[in-house]
Design a protein around this ligand. Structure first.
Ligand code: PLP
Length: 394
C-alpha cells in the first residue's frame, strides 16, 4: 500500500510501470552529479562515464546471455521496438533481401504502428498473423507465413494486456531454419521470467527499464551480432553506430542495477505472486457475475490477472476503483482514454459487449495479501454501480 497525496492507495498496475527500487536509485545517483562526464569524451571525466557505461552493457548482456557489444541502450521500450522493426526491415531491403514482414496480431502499439508505417509509407508487404482466443500465436502459422522474401518476423514474448506467453523459442527455431531474423518484444517479461537470447532463438529483443524497477525513459535493444541493421536515429557513432545521441549514463547504470535486482528476486517473487494472483482470480470469478478471465489461464505472466466483464464500461470501472483507492488499468496504459474496445481483445475474438469491460490487475514485488483482499472487497460493488449507471443512461 502506498500513500498517494495523503490518501491510502493500492497500486495494482505494475504492467504499466514499477517504482524504482532503492538499490537502483542509489546506483544511479552519482551519475547525475560527480560522475557527469560525456562517455564520448576522451578526458578523465568522459572515461569515468564510459567505464560505467561499458559495465552496464556487460551486466545487461550477461543477464540475457548476450555479449556486451550486442546491447544497445535506447530511450524507451517503444524506441527499441521501432529500431528493431525499422532498422532490420530497411537493412534487409538495402541488401536486396525482400520486403515481406510477418508480425503477430495483439502486439504492443510500438510494434503494430511501426509495421503499419513500414507498409503505408515504405511499401513493405506486412502480413499480420492472427492470435487465438487466449491471445497466443501458433508457431505453425508463422512457419506457413514465411516466404523467400520474408525480411523479419516479430512476435512478443508476453502480452502486456492479457499476460499470455508466446512460444518464442519454437518460433525462433522456425525462423532460424528459414534464415529470417526474429524480433521479440520482451518488455513485460524480465521481472518474472529469466531471459536467454540463445534459448529464445531471437536476433533482436526489446526491454524497458521502468517495467523492471528501473527508471522511465530507458530501454534496451539486444541485437545479435551479424543481424542486418541500419540506424534509425542517425548522427554520431554512439552505441557502436547503432543509435546516435549521448547515452543516458545514469539510465543505463540504473537499467543494469534493475536487471541485477530482478534477476535476484524474480524466482521467489514469481512463486509468491502466482499464489496471490490465483487467489485474486478465483475471488473475482466467485464474487462478480458475468466475469471472465482474459488470456491464457496458466501460460501467463505470474503477476498478471486480466478480466472482461459483460456490459461494463472499463474506464468507468477503473474510475470507480480509483475512488476506492485502488489503481488498476483497463488494458494497456498507452491506450487508456480510447473509447473503442482494446484491439488485443478484438484480435482474440472477444465480443464487443465483453471487450468494452476489460480490466488489467497486475501485482508487483511489494503487493501483499491485504492489497488483494482490499481489491476483492470493493470490486463487486464497483462493477454493480457501473452496470447500474449504464442502465440508467440507457
Ligand atoms: N512493449 C510492451 C509489451 C509494453 O508493455 C510497453 C509498455 O507498456 C512497451 C513496449 C513500451 O515501453 P516504453 O513504455 O518503455 O516505451
Amino acid at each position: 500500500m502506498n500513500r498517494n497525496g495523503g490518501k491510502p492507495h493500492i497500486y495494482l498496475d505494475h504492467s504499466a510501470t514499477t517504482p524504482v527500487a532503492p538499490e537502483v536509485l542509489a546506483a544511479m545517483q552519482p551519475f547525475f552529479s560527480e560522475t557527469f562526464g560525456n562517455p564520448a569524451s576522451i578526458h578523465a571525466f568522459g572515461r569515468a562515464a564510459a567505464g560505467a557505461l561499458d559495465e552496464a552493457h556487460l551486466v545487461v548482456g550477461c543477464a540475457i546471455n548476450a555479449r556486451a557489444s550486442e546491447v544497445v541502450f535506447t530511450g524507451c521500450g517503444s524506441e527499441a521496438d521501432n529500431m528493431a522493426l525499422r532498422g532490420i526491415a530497411l537493412a534487409q531491403r538495402k541488401n536486396g533481401r525482400g520486403g515481406h514482414l510477418v508480425i503477430a496480431r495483439a502486439e504492443h502499439h510500438a510494434v503494430e504502428t511501426t509495421a503499419e508505417q513500414l507498409r503505408d509509407l515504405f511499401g513493405f508487404d506486412v502480413q499480420f498473423i492472427p492470435v487465438d482466443g487466449c491471445g497466443q500465436v501458433n508457431p505453425d502459422d508463422i512457419a506457413a507465413a514465411i516466404r523467400k522474401d520474408t525480411a523479419l518476423v516479430s512476435v512478443m514474448l508476453a502480452n502486456n494486456e492479457v499476460g499470455s506467453l508466446n512460444e518464442v523459442s519454437a518460433i525462433g527455431k522456425i525462423c532460424k531454419e528459414c534464415g529470417v531474423p526474429l524480433h521479440t518484444d520482451a518488455v513485460q517479461a524480465p521481472a518474472y521470467l529469466p531471459l536467454d537470447v540463445n534459448e529464445l532463438n531471437c536476433d533482436a529483443l526489446s526491454m524497458s527499464s521502468h517495467k523492471i524497477y528501473g527508471p522511465k525513459g530507458v530501454g534496451v535493444l539486444y541485437l545479435r551480432e551479424g543481424t542486418p541493421f541500419v540506424p534509425t536515429l542517425t548522427g554520431g557513432g554512439h552505441e557502436r553506430g547503432r543509435r546516435a545521441g549521448t547515452v543516458n549514463v545514469a539510465g543505463a547504470v540504473g537499467t543494469a542495477a534493475a536487471i541485477k535486482y530482478v534477476s535476484r528476486e524474480r524466482e521467489a517473487q514469481a512463486v509468491r505472486l502466482v499464489a496471490l494472483r490465483d487467489g485474486l482470480t478465483a475471488g473475482v470469478q466467485a464474487s462478480v457475475p458475468q466475469a471472465m478471465l482474459s488470456g491464457h489461464p496458466r501460460q501467463r505472466l505470474p503477476h498478471h490477472a486480466s478480466f472482461v466483464f459483460k456490459n461494463v464500461d472499463g474506464e468507468s470501472l477503473l474510475m470507480a476503483l480509483d475512488v476506492e483507492g485502488i489503481a488498476v488499468s483497463t488494458g494497456s496504459a498507452c491506450t487508456s482514454g480510447d473509447p473503442e474496445p482494446s484491439s488485443v481483445l478484438v484480435a482474440m475474438g472477444v465480443p464487443r459487449e465483453w471487450a468494452l469491460g476489460g480490466l488489467r490487475v497486475t501485482l508487483g514485488y511489494g503487493t501483499t495479501q491485504a492489497d488483494v483482499d482490499a481489491f476483492l472487497a470493493v470490486l463487486p460493488k464497483c462493477v454493480e454501480r457501473v452496470r447500474k449507471a449504464a442502465e440508467w443512461k440507457g
